[in-house]
Design a protein. Structure first.
Length: 170
């Protein structure tokens, strides 16, 4: 009985499929991004509530997308490590500033807060800056915009390597 030899697939086929997958992923990011940018609006931050929530001049509370800062203590509970530092850092960057909001796919969270990416007029993404300074953790379970994902991951990795903020909990 003669055995048939099964040849392994050609590596070029795998490479081709991988490249096609990357191209498709990038096309989706390009198609999704303009809709999100069209929803961008400007506002003024009048109060920083904590390391990932601000209040606007019109009374709306905005929860910053893609990040999670440690919680401030309330009702007698202590604050988590770095919570005051995150709030103070954000206060120094945003209090009284005009910002641009870029909404995510979901406009509101379960508490009625507006969900948004916050940009300064200079183009700096505050959500990313919080990560780069080690003032917050990256949250990926709800997805990240294709045009921001790489820089958010990079900012987080850089803060961890440099042991900044919450990553310096000795």
């Amino acid at each position: 009985m003669k055995r048939k030899l099964i040849r392994p697939p050609n590596p070029a086929v795998f490479a081709f499929i991988f490249v096609i997958g990357l191209v498709m992923w990038r096309l989706v990011a390009i198609v999704v991004t303009p809709a999100a940018i069209e929803q961008a609006v400007t506002a003024t931050v009048v109060r920083v509530i904590d390391g990932d929530t601000v209040e606007l001049g019109d009374g709306r509370r905005v929860r910053l997308l893609g990040i999670d800062a440690n919680e401030l203590g309330y009702n007698g509970d202590p604050s988590e490590y770095g919570a005051e530092a995150a709030r103070d850092w954000l206060k120094g960057r945003l209090n009284g500033k005009h910002v641009e909001l870029r909404y995510g796919p979901d406009r509101f969270d379960r508490y009625g807060r507006t969900l948004a990416w916050i940009f300064l007029p200079t183009g700096e993404l505050i959500n990313k800056e919080l990560l780069a300074e080690g003032q917050a953790r990256l949250v990926t379970q709800f997805g990240l915009p294709g045009d921001l994902s790489a820089e958010l991951h990079q900012a987080t990795a850089q803060a961890q390597i440099q042991r900044k903020g919450i990553w310096n909990n000795n």
